[in-house]
Design a protein around this ligand. Structure first.
Ligand code: GMT
Length: 378
């Protein structure tokens, strides 16, 4: 099959997943075209993997304008006809499925591809004014998948679509490198490391990480490493100054090579108000890092509380700080959580099963397309 994957270029879970999917589908013998404003991190060079630059149309941080979405649709249509794509796989309904469906309309009368959409999260919390456009794009897609059961249910509720099939995100073994043992690492530094990786959007509650750091620091000297950038960076700085912990935070920014920070970390903090999945948590688990976060939605399906991390109610900073201290003060417990996380990541989120599921999803969607039955049809 000739498959076009449309995704954001940003560093983020959905781009990581799109890149992993492209790498593995190519290895399975397909020809892949990655359509994005810039190549996502972790895309491996391959003679059957091609990058096609698209005009930017928003990001997980900012919705695209109508003009940007139209330009993206034209870009997708051009690649479909020049590269003869069989399938266009849109990651995110807004703007990618909207643009992919519009591209297919532009091509009517000639070759039209199968369009499949994977929902990633904020797809269900978008501005209600654009909900009808998203709903139409989902109904017009030949297949819709979601990365967690929570998200599939939320999409049914938000858009009245038939329940999407659930295909979880996978973790590429390339990023699942073994970490040095705790004892070994602690000999080389006195400070422990709390890591937060996100787009620093309000939904991530990154400011809570500062409060957790301040509480933990009273018992265990530690540093908060913040990887990523976004609207809440400013508030994190003010909160750090207010709590007197500004010197104990390092803002790394939105940088490539996130893996090296997982190798440094003692604990990943993910206190989000909502997560459709929680890719950062899965990456931490694969790297053997225990997760302390909130007990919400998709995140509770990925992190098994009391096995590979601790999940507390949203906003329970005292609880999260206590859980972090417990792990920092009991290396045996932290090591057991780390091992369990690595095992879970390997056993439940291996690329092979996920790639096979996407293969079936494409095949079924192609049949629907050939029969003229979009995903919304019974
Ligand atoms: O949440 C973000 O700011 C980033 C966004 C993304 O594009 O990666 O994350 C969403 O998709 C990820 C990949 O499926 C999920 O792991 C995240 O949970 C999801 N974010 C939310 O649901 C808030």
């Amino acid at each position: 099959m000739r498959i076009g994957i449309v995704c954001f270029a940003a560093i983020g879970g959905s781009s990581t997943v799109a890149a992993a999917l492209a790498n593995h589908l190519v290895a399975a013998g397909h020809t892949l075209f990655l359509l994005a404003p810039a190549p996502p991190e972790r895309l491996h060079p391959h003679s059957s993997l091609f990058f096609r630059a698209m005009p930017a149309a928003g990001s997980p941080l900012r919705p695209g304008s109508a003009a940007e979405v139209h330009r993206l649709a034209q870009g997708i249509a051009a690649v479909v006809s020049e590269d003869h794509l069989d399938v266009v796989h849109a990651h995110y309904a807004d703007p990618h499925a909207v643009a992919a469906v519009a591209a297919r309309e532009m091509l009517l009368g000639s070759w039209t591809p199968t369009v499949v959409t994977t929902l990633h999260g904020t797809d269900v919390t978008v501005d209600p004014r654009v909900a009808p456009a998203i709903s139409a794009a989902l109904f017009a897609s030949d297949g819709v998948s979601a990365v967690s059961p929570f998200l599939a249910d939320a999409a049914v509720e938000a858009y009245g679509i038939p329940r999407p099939i659930v295909i979880p995100n996978c973790i590429d073994p390339v990023s699942a490198r073994p970490r040095p043992g705790l004892e070994q690492r602690n000999q080389s530094r006195s400070e422990r490391v709390l890591l937060h990786v996100s787009t620093l959007r309000p939904v991530k509650r990154a400011v809570d990480c500062v409060g957790i750091l301040a509480r933990v620091n009273r018992r265990v000297p530690c540093r908060l490493l913040v990887v990523g950038d976004g609207p809440d960076a400013e508030s994190m700085h003010s909160e750090a100054a207010r709590l007197g912990v500004a010197n104990a935070i390092s803002f790394v920014g939105a940088t490539a090579g996130v893996d090296r920070y997982f190798a440094e970390a003692d604990i990943l903090l993910l206190p989000s108000a909502s997560e459709s999945f929680g890719m950062a948590a899965l990456e931490a688990m694969a790297a053997g890092v225990p997760v302390v976060g909130s007990c919400v939605d998709g995140l509770a399906g990925v992190v098994v509380d009391g096995v590979c991390g601790r999940l507390l109610p949203v906003g329970d900073l005292d609880g999260m700080a206590a859980a972090a201290c417990e792990l920092l003060l009991q290396p045996g417990l932290a090591a057991a959580y780390g091992d369990a996380g690595r095992r879970l990541a390997r056993e439940s989120y291996a690329p092979a099963g996920v790639i096979a599921a996407y293969g079936e999803f494409y095949a079924e969607s192609r049949l629907r397309h050939a029969a003229g039955l979009p995903s919304g049809a019974p």
